[in-house]
Design a binder for this molecule. Structure first.
Ligand code: ZN
Length: 136
C-alpha cells in the first residue's frame, strides 16, 4: 500500500474510531461536499456515512501522530517523539551539521595528504641521517 507508485492517501476519521482510507483526490472532492452540506448521509468507499460523525479528513502522517499520542507518546518542543515513560533530556545537534562544518574541498584534502606524506618522509630522512650520524 505504501509503494512509491501508490497515489497519495487521506483518511476520513470517524468519531467511532473508524478510518476510511482513500485517494487524496477523492478525499478532497468528498471534503468539499462535506464542507458544503452538513448533516447529510454520504456514500463513499462502499460505506454510508453520517457526515456529522466525521471528525475530519486527515493525512496519513496525522493518523500516525494520533496513534502515537493514543499510545502515550508525546512530541517535545524540539519535534522529537518520546515514549510513554520517557522524558526529554534534550537533543544533540544533528551529526550532519558537524560534518558539514568539517567538510573540506577535495583539493584541500589532497594537499593535506601531500603535506603529511612530505612531513613523514622528512622525518624518516632526518632520523635515518641521525642514526647514521650524518646530521643535516
Ligand atoms: Zn525531546
Amino acid at each position: 500500500m505504501t509503494s512509491s507508485l501508490a497515489k497519495p492517501q487521506m483518511v476520513i476519521y470517524m468519531r467511532n474510531g473508524v478510518e476510511i482510507w482513500l485517494d487524496e483526490e477523492k478525499a478532497i472532492m468528498f471534503g468539499e461536499d462535506w464542507a458544503k452540506e452538513t448533516n447529510k448521509r454520504i456514500f463513499i468507499e462502499g460505506r454510508f456515512l453520517n457526515t456529522v460523525d466525521i471528525v475530519g479528513i486527515f493525512k496519513p502522517t496525522d493518523m500516525e501522530d494520533l496513534k502515537k499520542r493514543k499510545d502515550g507518546w508525546f512530541k517535545c518542543n524540539k519535534g522529537f517523539w518520546h515514549g510513554k515513560n520517557e522524558e526529554c533530556r534534550g537533543h544533540r545537534e544533528p551529526e550532519t551539521d558537524k560534518y558539514e562544518k568539517m567538510q573540506i574541498s577535495e583539493e584541500q584534502s589532497l594537499k593535506n595528504t601531500e603535506s603529511i606524506k612530505k612531513l613523514r618522509q622528512d622525518f624518516i630522512v632526518q632520523n635515518s641521517l641521525e642514526e647514521l650520524g650524518w646530521k643535516k
